[in-house]
Design a protein around this ligand. Structure first.
Ligand SMILES: Nc1ncnc2c1ncn2[C@@H]1O[C@H](COP(=O)(O)OP(=O)(O)OP(=O)(O)O)[C@@H](O)[C@H]1O
Length: 466
């Protein structure tokens, strides 16, 4: 058996052990072009083994005779030509679906392949496809990104994947934005990974680029657009040095919040399209979004090199609306994995004690309940609040995740905002009397003489250290 999914084995050893791979299984026959869909909660485990035929999970092929196990996961195992699966364990629900959008996903992949071939034919002067995926919450954006990435990697491409959704991290913790080039297969059970230093999950070619956003909703913060601009510059300059990834292009995953629009205006989407020079904009699961965006971008076809193809894909019937409880468990599992690794790839985070006075923590300033960022200064004049405010480390900071930025503690607000992230630390405990703080870091050592940034997202995680 490989590992428990994503999501740290140590949190649920009892359940994991209660379902050994050799426990009772049943055979699930799948006809061609159908998929086996499952919902597995955090307290259950499903095991799946490919008995015969071929099958894939979000584009990644299942290896024969390998038992995969899933916990805290919703997903679907699809087969193009039919297969038999050995299914065991326990699920919230499962069923076989005959209608899937996989053919349209595969067609999209082939269209992207044409653009990649065109980039190669141009001697890499042209960049490969620059794709942005938008759609409401739970419309299947991340699953489509995984599928397109897996298909591209199977064709020996090295696409870059950019995550601009703070609800879920990619190779990092929730609340971050990240980008990484992928070259080998996406790990089956976990699928995306949150740790940047474990081995087998999606294997980035280089360390991921990470920026800290620190809020739940891209539309609520003042730093979203600047971070998109920074990320676009960083991704573009990385691609200039990396031919295979430049030819393969990139795929951007976004948050459902930016697809809501305000009176037909999609400011954040337009900003991403313009900063990343997106030329393929995929709308998932919303006729209205497709209609609004195609009207907007089709009107701009004066210069063909700047044209944006807006495509519409149907939402898969398998997409599951996830409860707030489920999402919280998912975030906590991701954070736990960032520090401790996974069942078969454990990490040993280092614990260090520091003086409270040595930490330079900046809190992201949030709007007041009316959404305003203005305040009245000592002269009664209305002024804009700063982006960050320095905060003292006290007991309220216990269980918080802090971003270690590349900015110095004396740098300006803009420098702190635009700084990339070296990694994250967890505040395990604060002893106010002794003025000491115990920190957990995925990497040993490291200087704390930088600006540490904390936001309201992700929320404090209790009990990370037992
Ligand atoms: N075909 C399918 N069968 C079963 N489950 C699926 C299928 N497609 C997606 N899901 C599940 O549905 C949920 C929502 O999908 P996904 O995360 O891809 O959507 P999203 O649009 O990225 O969501 P959000 O923007 O809210 O993060 C996930 O738990 C995913 O694993």
């Amino acid at each position: 058996m490989i590992s428990l999914p994503g999501l740290n084995l140590s949190s649920q050893p009892a359940q994991a052990q209660s379902v050994p791979a050799e426990a009772v299984t049943r055979t699930q026959d799948l006809a061609a072009n159908t998929e086996y869909r499952f919902e597995v909660g955090f307290s259950r485990t499903l095991t799946v083994k490919l008995q015969s035929g071929t099958a894939e999970l979000f584009g990644t092929e299942l290896a024969p005779s390998t038992t995969y196990s899933f916990t805290g996961t919703n997903g679907a195992i699809f087969t193009w030509h039919g297969c038999k699966l050995d299914v065991g364990g326990d699920v919230e629900s499962d069923y076989v679906a005959e209608e899937t959008p996989m053919m349209s996903f595969a067609n999209l992949h082939f269209a992207l392949e044409n653009l990649r071939d065109r980039s190669i034919a141009s001697g890499s002067t042209e960049m490969g496809p620059r794709v942005l995926i938008v759609g409401p919450d739970n419309s299947g954006k991340t699953s489509l990104v995984k599928t397109l990435t897996a298909y591209a990697v199977k064709t020996d491409r090295q696409p870059m994947v950019v995550n601009l959704d703070p609800r879920q991290g990619m190779l990092s913790v929730p609340g971050s934005f990240s980008a990484a080039a992928f070259s080998s297969i996406v790990d089956m059970e976990e699928g995306w990974g949150s740790s940047s230093i474990t081995g087998p999950s999606p294997v980035p070619v280089k360390m991921p680029l990470v920026y800290h956003y620190g809020l739940k909703d891209p539309e609520e913060g003042r730093t979203f657009k600047s971070l998109v601009t920074r990320m676009a510059l960083a991704v573009t300059s990385r691609l200039e040095e990396d031919k295979p990834s430049k030819q393969a292009g990139f795929i951007i995953d976004s948050s459902g919040a930016i697809s809501q629009g305000k009176n037909g205006v999609y400011d954040s989407i337009e900003h991403i399209v313009s900063e990343f020079s997106v030329n393929v904009l995929i709308t998932l699961g919303s006729e209205r979004l497709y209609s609004d965006l195609s009207r907007k971008f089709n009107a701009r076809t004066t210069d063909p090199s700047e044209s944006v193809s807006v495509l519409r894909l149907d939402k898969s019937g398998g997409c599951v609306a996830r409860s707030e409880d489920y999402m919280r468990s998912l975030r906590h599992a991701q954070i736990k994995e960032y520090f401790f690794g996974r069942g078969d790839e454990p990490l040993a985070p280092s614990s260090q004690t520091a003086d409270v006075a040595d930490l330079h923590v900046f809190r992201i300033v949030e709007p007041d309940p009316s959404g305003s960022y203005t305040t009245v200064d000592e002269y009664g004049i209305s002024v804009e609040k700063p982006l960050f405010e320095p905060v003292k480390v006290d007991e309220r900071m216990q269980n918080q995740i802090l971003a270690i930025t590349t900015a110095g503690p004396k740098d300006s607000q803009d420098v702190i905002r635009d700084a990339s992230v070296r990694g994250y630390i967890y505040v395990a405990s604060v002893d106010e009397a002794r003025r000491k703080v115990k920190l957990l870091s995925p990497l040993p050592g490291g200087t704390l003489d930088t600006a540490l940034v904390v936001g309201s997202w992700p929320e404090p995680v209790e009990g990370l250290v037992g």
